[in-house]
Design a binder for this molecule. Structure first.
Ligand code: TRP
Length: 439
């Protein structure tokens, strides 16, 4: 308790947008769009952001401000049995950060490599399979710990510098990419309405809405708990979701035209950023400068998401266990670092190890993406919609918001629409896990 509040509205918005804008926007969304029907996918994604993402974000933010506590204490207040939702909401960020930080470490390595040798590490696969990655993972965790050690103020300051810088750098890289000759093919890959939109695209869109907006993970509750009463929650959520979506689209415009101009295969995930893009930068006039700009931008996106993930865990230890902030960041930071080591080694020393047919890295991701988040989300809608006086929450959202005119709609969304969509995501996730395990 005794937690501080955001010093400024801009600081809060940038910190919340910083949590949402992360690797998911940069390496996943543009690819999903390209592979799932282009413009059609974008429209469906936007529709889900509006009917699912925004209402759930408002719920979490309102809930956080209502209780002023960490997610576990918050859900305990909702209903004695709902504590489990809060626990899920703390464990998920704990696990996600452990591998997010491994990738964060790779990013630092790339920035340093470009700055020192004007080139990416010679061989992407050799680098990620080396044990050196543990050191970079450690460095990334130390940076995250240092920022969270300073509390809300530190998070706010870091976000105020990193987020605007990220936007500027992205615009620069975007302009470079679309002014390359022949860039239109890449733009067509992402934007052109085309085939490929199937049932599984709907699922991909739904899952991406949750992941990209950082929902069901206690983050929005935690950041909401530092919010003053005069803050307009629906408006803030609209701004955050808008920035997140705009940035995902811009990332596509920055990345894919260049990939196509240089005749490379569009892909997603780590290999897109660390394997494919360095080749693009190599082939481009002035490529080194753009490479450095690009990796710094990715670094800022990763750090502002990492501090959000870490703050959930830290605020939990402070609030629920009564630890001091220093003790929480030190102990939790160390635990997350150790948990990340198997993920760091998953591409090298532990490369042959599989758990239920998943690599170590993918297994960790599966637990959070396919189990903790969707199940946590369903339980959240159940407890808030049906076991708690949801009107109290609607009242909370109304405080500071003259514009909350859709109260009834919002309530039916939390009671019916969101849980139904979440059940679909959960079941389809289970099916894909099952297929991997027996596959
Ligand atoms: N939204 C982040 C991204 O797009 C990833 C993420 C998921 C996240 N859940 C989170 C970040 C919770 C911070 C907090 O990459």
């Amino acid at each position: 308790m005794g937690q501080k509040q955001w010093a400024s509205r801009v600081g809060f918005l940038l910190a919340a947008a910083g949590s949402a804008i992360g690797l998911g926007n940069l390496w996943k969304f543009p690819y999903l769009m390209g592979r799932n029907g282009g413009f059609t996918f974008l429209i469906v994604y936007l529709a889900f952001v509006i009917v699912l993402g925004l209402p759930v974000m408002m719920l979490e933010m309102g809930l956080g401000r209502y209780s002023g506590r960490d997610p576990v204490q918050t859900y305990k207040m909702v209903h004695p049995k709902a504590k489990i939702v809060g626990i899920f909401g703390v464990i998920a960020p704990f696990i996600i950060l452990s591998y997010y930080s491994v990738i964060g470490g790779w990013i630092i390595k790339y920035i340093i490599s470009y700055a020192a040798t004007f080139a990416a590490p010679a061989d992407f696969n050799a680098f990620i399979s080396s044990n050196e990655t543990i050191l970079w993972h450690l460095l990334f965790m130390v940076i995250t710990i240092a920022i969270c050690c300073m509390g809300v103020g530190g998070i706010e300051k870091a976000s105020k510098v990193m987020m605007p810088a990220l936007f500027v750098l992205l615009i620069i890289v975007m302009i470079r990419s679309v002014t390359l000759e022949g860039s239109s093919e890449g733009l067509r890959f992402i934007f052109e309405p085309k085939g490929g939109f199937t049932l599984s695209s709907i699922n991909a869109a739904l899952g991406q809405v949750f992941y990209s907006l950082s929902l069901c993970m206690g983050i929005t509750i935690t950041y909401g708990s530092y919010l003053p009463k005069n803050e307009d929650i629906p408006k803030s959520c609209g701004i955050i979701a808008g920035m997140d979506t705009a940035l995902a689209i811009c990332a596509g415009v920055a990345i894919f035209p260049a990939v196509f101009v240089f005749g490379l295969e569009p892909g997603q995930g780590p290999s897109l950023i660390f394997g494919t893009l360095p080749n693009v930068f190599n082939a481009m006039p002035g490529g080194v400068a753009f490479a450095i700009a690009f990796f710094i931008l990715v670094f800022f996106a990763a750090v502002t998401s990492a501090i959000a993930l870490f703050e959930v865990v830290v605020s939990f230890a402070i609030d629920s266990w009564g630890w001091s902030r220093k003790k929480s960041v030190a102990i939790m930071g160390a635990l997350i670092f150790f948990l990340g080591i198997p993920s760091a080694l998953s591409f090298g020393a532990l490369g042959d190890v599989t758990i239920l047919n998943y690599s170590v890295f993918d297994f960790i991701g599966m637990i959070t993406d396919n189990i903790l988040l969707p199940v946590g989300g369903i339980l959240m809608c159940y407890f808030i919609g049906w076991k708690f006086d949801i009107n109290k929450l609607a009242d909370e959202i109304e405080v500071g918001s003259a514009g909350f005119k859709v109260r009834k709609l919002w309530i039916s969304c939390i009671r019916y629409v969101a849980p139904i969509l979440l059940v679909i995501v959960t079941l389809s996730g289970f099916i894909s896990v099952y297929n991997t395990i027996v596959g």
